[in-house]
Design a protein around this ligand. Sequence first.
Ligand SMILES: Cc1cc2nc3c(=O)[nH]c(=O)nc-3n(C[C@H](O)[C@H](O)[C@H](O)COP(=O)(O)OP(=O)(O)OC[C@H]3O[C@@H](n4cnc5c(N)ncnc54)[C@H](O)[C@@H]3O)c2cc1C
Length: 400
Amino acid sequence: MGTRGQTQVCVVEAGPAGLLLAHLLHREGVGVVVLEAKSRAYLETSPHRIRAGVMEWGTKEILVQAGLGEGLLKNGHEHQGIYLAHGGELHRIDFPSLAEGWRIWVYGQQYQVRDMIARFLEEGGEILFEREVVGLSDLETAPKVRFRTPDGEEGELEAEFVVGADGSHSRTRGFIPGLVLKEKNYPFAWLGILAETSPAADELIYASHPRGFALFSMRSKTLARNYLQVSPEENLEAWSEDRIWEELNVRLGGVARVQPGPLLEKSLTPHRAFVAEPMQHGRLFLVGDAAHVVPPTGAKGMNLAVADAVALFQALWAFYRKGEEEKLRRHTETCREHVWQGEFFSYWMTNLLHTQPDPFLEGLRQAELKQALASEALKRFLAENYTGRRTTGRWVGLWT
Ligand SMILES: Cc1cc2nc3c(=O)[nH]c(=O)nc-3n(C[C@H](O)[C@H](O)[C@H](O)COP(=O)(O)OP(=O)(O)OC[C@H]3O[C@@H](n4cnc5c(N)ncnc54)[C@H](O)[C@@H]3O)c2cc1C
């Protein structure tokens, strides 16, 4: 396609939400064009795009059923639980026994995006890389999407529907009149590292320590992904490699040890959350981080993005197959259900595990953590939400 074109559905972005939706529509014969601001190489290899690793069981099932699971089944890993470390003790949350057989799958989001791009292109799908969307118009009648290339050349695409899946800094979100951003900034951030070393344990360890929370996760048996709770104003330069490894081991509290290894990436992620409502206007629909963001503690972001994509696919497919508009009209309402469940769980888990700067809240947190570790009911609540059984799990198998 040159600088002008037409399609049925224009998907703005090539992240997990947009790629899944584009793939599902394309498979059913609906015309789709994906516009992505970055290059394919950047999406697939940039250290700035190393993100999620934890997939709910339902997300893994959805990707496999959609024909996008080859890489994750070959190179990902099933985990049947997580550990909570507190006061020098390890407490295991056993998912299958607490969440009726549900578990999680660990596979890097960047690898999944790479797999989805490859599959979509192999099947004849169209992705225009390095096309930054700069404007939308006529959203109530016949939408037009204006984009720009890195050389400054402008183009326009006419579409029947536009999907804004352009992440947390979404530009498409700005085209919804009367949109309200319900937001929360947490007083926490994560200093994250990716390192060539074996992970601290065979399953993720969520460590609560008086000096701050730490998370020990993994990409593979030789790649560890670890995080330290720091202040959102933290200066990354103040953290030498030696200091990071020492602090990680302190916060493990003796329940395990991490061996230092070469750092491949170091980043700071402030914790914030928002939900944008409504998630639609005319023929524009938002999905994924464009519509809502959660702090990463509960590992919900990509899972919610996948649930939104399936919900919108159902609505668009009902329109194209049967001319029904009801599901499209109800897009915000449909997604609100799993989105607020995800926000609630992320809020709960973040506040349960992070050391609070406010001494009163820290006292409450200690009391709650003690209860959670002693209570079967709270462990069940954690397992059901972490694996997605209670929330996004309802989208598994619902294609039409
Ligand atoms: C440190 C960290 C750890 C995380 N861990 C987990 C986890 O374990 N599990 C989990 O489920 N989630 C996790 N998440 C969240 C997860 O990464 C996001 O929720 C997920 O990427 C959202 O997908 P998306 O498709 O909505 O948006 P994105 O992945 O952000 O994709 C948006 C795309 O839009 C493109 N774009 C932006 N603007 C434009 C434009 N104007 N024109 C064209 N293209 C544009 C961008 O280049 C990008 O490719 C984590 C996030 C972080 C930061």
